[in-house]
Write a protein that binds this ligand. Structure first.
Ligand code: YSA
Length: 426
C-alpha cells in the first residue's frame, strides 16, 4: 500500500510557504547529469513507459540529451492539457512531473493548454463522444488551467530551486495559432499530408467507429490538430519531444509522421502509464472519477485519502510511477505543510547520528513500545518509512531513501499512525 501525500500539489495556499529547508535539501538532491540519465532513471521508476520511435533516422532520443553532442542541448519538450474542466486532476500529475524532471535537468518545457483542441474533444481512450463545450466555457477553463499550471510551476521552482541551471517553463495555448487560421488554407496546406488509411487505423478511431454512436468529423480531425501543434512547436521552438499518457500514442504518432514528412527531421514521443481507478478505468473527468488538484474542488485531505486508499494491485498496475510521484510530492513539502496535513501525527526533531537505525528512529520518536514487542512490529512488517516497508530493525537510515531531500522522514506504524521526523545535523 502506498500513501502518497499530495497536498503540496493541490494549488492554493499549500504552495505559499517557502520551504525553509531548501538550502539544506539542495545538497541532497538527485543530480541530473543530463537527461540521458534522466530517461533511464524515470523509465526504471516507472514514470516513463515508452519512448518512440526507438531509433530516429539521423539521431536517437538519448543522443538528444547527450551534452557531448554539440548543439543538442538544451532540448524543448511539450505536453498538452485540454481545458475540458476548470482544474487539473491527478491523472495530469504524471505528465506534469515528467515536464518538471526535464526542466530541472536544464531543458525547456512547454505546457500547452488546448484551448482550440478542447472544442473538438479528444476521442483517445473514450467510448463516447465528449459533450460539446462552447467557446466561452473552454476559454474560462483554459484560464483556470493556465493559472493552475503556472502556480504549480512557480511553487516547484520555489521549493526545489538549487544552484543548478533550470530550463524554462512556458504555458502556451493552441487557440493562439488556430484563431487566425483560415479553414480552407489549413486544409490545403496540411490536409494533403495526412493519409486517410493511416488516420483510420488509429486505435482511438477504430474503437469509436465500432461503437454504436460512431464518430463525428470534429473528433476524427482531432489528431490532425495535435499533429499540427507538434509541428508548429517544432518549427517555432525547436521542440522535438512530446510527452503524454499512453492514451496519446496515436496522436503523438500522427505528429511524428507529419513532421518527418514535412521536414525529414527526427522527433520523438514519450508516454507515461495511465493512472486507473480500482476498476481499471482511466482516472479523469470523463469517467466521473477525477481527483482534482485544485483545492477548491478536492480538499487536500480528500486528495491524500485518495492515495491512501489505493490498493497494492492498482499501484502495481500503474507501475511504480504513482509511488514515486508521491515521494516527489512529499519532498516538495515543508515541515510546516506536513504538520498541517498530518494533524494527528506527532512531530519530532531528532539528531541524525551516524549509524542511526530503523529501530533507534522508531524508539526515539516514541513510535513503538520498548522491548521485543516494538522490535517485532518492525520485523512483522508494521512499519514503513516514506511509504516503503522496513522490516530490518538494524538497517541504517539512508539519505535519499529513508530521509527525504527536505530532511524529513515520514514514519508510519500500522495502518494509520504517522510520525513526522525532522532530522537535524544532517
Ligand atoms: C495534447 C497535445 C496537443 O498538441 C494539444 C492537446 C493535447 C491534449 C491531449 N490530447 C489530451 O486530451 N489530454 S488530456 O487533457 O486528456 O490530458 C492531459 C495529459 O494528461 C495527457 O497526456 C493525458 O494522457 C494525461 N492523462 C490524463 N489522464 C491520465 C493521464 N495520464 C495518466 N493517467 C491518467 N488517468
Amino acid at each position: 500500500m502506498v500513501a502518497p501525500i499530495l497536498r503540496c500539489i493541490s494549488w492554493g495556499r499549500w504552495f505559499c510557504t517557502p520551504n525553509p529547508l531548501t538550502a539544506l535539501s539542495s545538497g541532497l538532491r538527485e543530480t541530473h547529469s543530463g537527461a540521458k540519465g534522466l530517461l533511464a532513471v524515470q523509465k526504471a521508476r516507472g514514470l516513463f513507459k515508452e519512448f518512440f520511435p526507438e531509433k530516429g533516422t539521423k539521431v536517437e532520443l538519448p543522443e538528444l540529451f547527450d551534452r557531448s553532442i554539440a548543439g543538442n542541448f538544451p532540448q524543448t519538450i511539450y505536453c498538452g492539457f485540454d481545458p475540458t474542466a476548470d482544474s487539473l486532476h491527478v491523472g495530469h500529475l504524471l505528465a506534469l512531473l515528467g515536464l518538471f524532471h526535464f526542466q530541472r535537468a536544464g531543458h525547456n518545457v512547454i505546457a500547452l493548454v488546448g484551448g482550440a483542441t478542447a472544442r473538438l474533444g479528444d476521442p483517445s481512450g473514450r467510448t463516447k463522444e465528449r459533450e460539446a463545450l462552447d467557446a466561452e466555457r473552454v476559454g474560462s477553463n483554459a484560464g483556470a488551467l493556465r493559472q493552475g499550471l503556472e502556480t504549480l510551476a512557480a511553487n516547484h521552482q520555489q521549493l526545489f530551486a538549487s544552484g543548478q541551471t533550470w530550463g524554462s517553463f512556458t504555458v502556451l495555448d493552441n487557440s493562439a495559432w488556430y484563431q487566425k487560421q483560415h479553414l480552407v488554407d489549413f486544409l490545403a496546406a496540411v490536409g494533403g499530408h495526412f493519409r486517410m488509411g493511416t488516420l483510420l487505423s488509429r486505435l482511438s478511431v477504430q474503437t469509436r467507429l465500432k461503437s454504436p454512436e460512431g464518430m463525428s468529423l470534429s473528433e476524427f480531425f482531432y489528431q490532425v490538430l495535435q499533429a499540427y501543434d507538434f509541428y508548429y512547436l517544432f518549427q517555432r521552438y525547436g521542440c522535438r519531444v512530446q510527452l503524454g499518457g499512453s492514451d496519446q500514442l496515436g496522436n503523438i504518432t500522427s505528429g511524428y509522421e507529419f513532421i518527418h514528412k514535412m521536414t525529414g527531421e527526427d522527433v520523438f514521443g514519450i508516454t507515461l502509464p495511465l493512472i486507473t481507478s480500482t476498476t481499471g478505468a482511466k482516472l479523469g473527468k470523463s469517467a466521473g472519477n477525477a481527483v482534482w488538484l485544485s483545492r477548491d474542488k478536492t480538499s487536500p485531505f480528500e486528495l491524500y485519502q485518495f492515495f491512501v486508499r489505493q490498493p497494492d494491485n492498482s499501484v502495481e498496475r500503474c507501475t511504480q510511477a504513482l509511488y514515486h510521484s508521491s515521494i516527489d510530492a512529499l519532498e516538495l513539502m515543508s515541515d510546516q505543510e506536513l504538520k498541517e496535513l498530518f494533524k494527528e501525527a506527532s512531530f519530532s526533531e531528532l539528531v541524525l547520528d551516524p549509524g542511526t537505525s530503523v529501530l533507534d528512529t522508531c524508539r526515539k520518536a516514541n513510535a513503538i513500545p520498548d522491548g521485543p514487542r516494538g522490535y517485532r512490529m518492525i520485523t512483522e512488517g508494521g512499519v514503513s518509512i516514506n511509504h516503503r516497508q522496513v522490516t530490518n530493525p538494524e538497517s541504517v537510515l539512508v539519505i535519499g531513501q529513508h530521509i527525504l531531500k527536505n530532511g524529513l522522514s515520514l514514519l508510519k506504524i500500522g495502518k494509520r499512525n504517522f510520525y513526522i521526523i525532522k532530522w537535524l545535523q544532517l
